[in-house]
Write a protein that binds this ligand. Structure first.
Ligand SMILES: Cc1cc2nc3c(=O)[nH]c(=O)nc-3n(C[C@H](O)[C@H](O)[C@H](O)COP(=O)(O)O)c2cc1C
Length: 331
């Protein structure tokens, strides 16, 4: 089966997989601003996919313009993960990524997410079985360790992944116990880049186009992935690309238009029981664009319907018209 591969150039940008956030609707929004960013699904349970669970259907929608697009899988059993890869490959995604970063207690206790980093032999088997059945781009998104970061172990682990045929590695350089505490240690991205041959993507705390440029320069990494700040600013990839390509950017963004676009997309694509969680998750980050972010989000958190969330933002910009359009410019 033909599967398009993820291509790397020196400026490959990625939007991070985020549970309950990287909906098909948010991906369409990012794609409107930038055609090349590699997009991810939210993490999908390998077991649920392999058992054909119907509640996963809406989460596996691929938009017409999603490519390059990666499904992310969470799981710790080689057989079910390989079966999930086989099923997802039929949807013709560019890539499948194995989650080795999630550190939520209920996930790690099932030997999933960042827990995989604690057992090299067992993880090798998962990767081996997935590689056997999936001919597209197979990647791993990992933290720098399960409970601590050890440089030698990190490099050995990455070399094991490389030897098993993984096509690229994304490193979020914090160990699992840190969750989001301390700053991401980008010296570990540089270390991996020096020690392995496959492309390395760096991820963690990127907040601006300048950060993107600086981290490429400091580490020599092949790609940069942005998570939380791309939810607040789905246009950040377009700005970063402008800076990398031309040394400048200029963009005007109508904030309530972007907000309603994403929420109406969620309403169209997803079943009603998912509306509230997806709306709240997106709003939590997106409201940071407004001066009274905290107050607006408090109001949004008190409503369940997407239309009411949109109304709250619309009323806010009627009262604060100077906050309707945000201009981003760098000469
Ligand atoms: C709400 C939320 C959900 C996340 N869900 C996932 C996920 O499904 N899979 C994954 O690999 N990482 C997940 N992450 C981690 C991000 O992909 C990323 O590694 C992390 O946020 C660091 O990048 P950032 O500093 O640019 O946000 C999630 C992060 C957040 C904040």
């Amino acid at each position: 089966m033909f599967l398009p591969m993820i291509k790397f150039n020196s400026k490959t940008l990625f939007m991070a997989p985020m549970a309950e956030i990287t909906t098909p609707s948010l991906r369409r929004c990012v794609r409107k601003f930038d055609k090349e960013t590699v997009l991810y699904s939210e993490m999908l349970s390998g077991a649920a996919i392999s058992f054909g669970s119907s509640h996963n259907e809406p989460l596996t929608i691929i938009n017409e313009n999603d490519e390059p697009f990666v499904f992310q899988l969470l799981g710790g059993d080689p057989g079910t993960m390989a079966e999930a890869c086989r099923i997802l490959a039929e949807k013709k995604c560019s890539g499948i990524d194995i989650n080795m970063g999630c550190s939520a207690p209920d996930i790690v206790k099932k030997f999933q997410g960042s827990r995989l980093l604690s057992d090299m032999a067992a993880t090798r088997e998962i990767v081996k079985q997935c590689r056997k059945v999936f001919s597209g781009t197979l990647s791993v998104k990992m933290r720098s360790g399960f409970e601590e970061s050890d440089n030698k172990y990190l490099v050995d682990f990455a070399k094991m992944l490389e030897a098993e045929g993984v096509n690229y590695i994304t490193l979020h350089p914090r160990h699992g116990k840190l969750s989001f505490r301390r700053t991401a240690d980008w010296s570990l991205v540089k270390l991996l880049k020096e020690k392995i041959q496959i492309p390395v993507v760096g991820n963690g705390d990127i907040a601006s186009p300048d950060d993107v440029k600086r981290r490429f320069g400091e580490t020599g990494c092949d790609g940069i992935m942005i998570g939380r700040n791309a939810v607040a600013a789905p246009w950040i990839f377009a700005l970063a690309r402008g800076l990398l390509n031309d040394g400048s950017y200029k963009l005007e963004v109508n904030l309530p238009d972007v907000f309603s676009d994403v929420l109406l997309g969620i309403k169209k694509d997803l079943p009603e029981h998912l509306h509230k969680s997806r709306g709240h998750r997106f709003a939590f980050y997106f409201c940071k664009n407004f001066i009274f972010a905290h107050d607006i989000f408090k109001k949004i958190r008190n409503v369940d319907e997407l239309d009411l969330m949109i109304e709250i933002i619309n009323e806010y910009v009627i009262r604060n018209p100077e906050e309707r359009v945000k201009v981003f410019e760098q000469e």
